[in-house]
Design a binder for this molecule. Structure first.
Ligand code: GCU
Length: 336
């Protein structure tokens, strides 16, 4: 119902802004209301929805109503693998996409999905906010794609879960069909484990597990709970094989329509948003584990080093270009 109310509110705001334009005051920033659509493939209980909703409220207050964000959760605007394109054309103004979704546009984004790149969520968030390291990367899609990367949100550590048993070591994954994100890196990593990687969109994983098209998947505890994947794959092994990265992307033209003051409010609001998101993330992870356990899921600490020992030697082969290597090195240097 909350979504419906906000939808009604959006319609009212859109009507008002039309009225303002037809009144001949378009171009006068003070009178224009922009409600930006944000596509998200997570539920309303997910930290990203909670933090981004607040971003919209704060932005609206800080810009006297000139800029607002309407978050569409649950993949209402389509599968995540369409989001960058939607933002590029402007069908959607903003979206949260996983790092692999950006690989096709600039393969330097591969670096953020590598298992050895971040040791902790705090370290990851420091890098995402370090303009010396990521500044050029975030603007690299503007010229050809009209997409700007605003910044990153953590996905926490990703682990493997199966339909039939706890994977204690990589050997337990041999021959199993494991869903991966549409990404060469994730395919290569699953192959290294001896599994059979099956790329598919996040929205298809539940039915894939249910039908047996796949035997397992990998994700963080919070998404595992909010998608109810535990209902169909109840064995969660803490492999913590990498820390995942989501990015907020925005239509560049829309971003450039903001006055300097409104852009300042947007940037400040984003900084509060990712900080808030990181805090919620940390507390919600333990809660997600407890809640999924209460629903019947089994979680097991396994030999996480055995999984990393398989992946670590693969990393150099995934850094194919000089530009990827340079980004990796500059992240490592900044982490010192
Ligand atoms: C995480 C991430 C999503 C992504 C999903 C996936 O939940 O936050 O952005 O879509 O993983 O595995 O596809």
């Amino acid at each position: 119902t909350k979504t419906r109310i906000t939808l009604l509110a959006t319609t009212a705001v859109a009507a008002l802004s039309l009225a303002a334009c037809s009144g001949g005051v378009s171009g006068d920033d003070s009178a224009t209301t922009h409600t930006m659509k944000l596509a998200l493939n997570q539920a309303q209980t997910h930290p990203s929805f909670i933090a981004l909703e607040k971003f919209g409220e704060d932005l609206k207050a800080a810009t006297d109503g000139r800029w607002d964000i309407q978050v569409y959760p649950d993949g209402q605007l389509g599968p995540q693998d369409e989001y960058v394109q939607q933002v590029s054309t402007g069908t959607v103004d903003l979206a949260i996409v996983s790092a692999p979704q950006l690989e096709n546009y600039n393969d330097d984004f591969v670096v953020f999905s590598l298992p050895t790149v971040f040791d902790s969520i705090d370290q990851q968030m420091d890098i995402f906010a370090n303009k010396d390291v990521v500044g050029d990367l975030y603007t690299s899609l503007e010229k050809d794609n009209n997409v700007t990367v605003v910044g990153g949100l953590t996905q926490g550590a990703r682990s493997i879960y199966l339909k039939d048993k706890i994977a204690q070591t990589p050997a337990d994954l041999k021959g199993k069909k494991i869903r991966v994100q549409p990404s060469e890196v994730f395919v290569k990593m699953m192959e290294a484990f001896g599994a059979s990687p099956t790329p598919m969109d996040f929205s298809e994983v539940y039915t894939g597990l249910q039908s047996g098209a796949i035997d397992g998947a990998e994700n963080n505890e919070i998404s595992y709970l909010s998608t109810k994947h535990y209902e169909v794959a109840p064995y969660f092994s803490f492999t913590r094989h990498l820390i995942g990265a989501d990015f907020l992307v925005i239509n560049t033209k829309t971003l450039n329509e903001m006055s300097d003051a409104d852009r300042g409010a947007f940037d400040d609001g984003w900084e509060s948003t990712w900080k808030n998101h990181t805090e919620i993330w940390k507390t919600d992870t333990d809660k997600a584990i407890a809640d999924a356990k209460a629903e019947g899921a089994t979680f097991a600490e396994v030999d996480n080093q055995a999984f990393l020992d398989v992946l670590t030697p693969v990393v150099p082969s995934l850094l194919k270009t000089d530009s990827q290597k340079a980004l990796y090195d500059s992240i490592k240097a900044a982490e010192q």
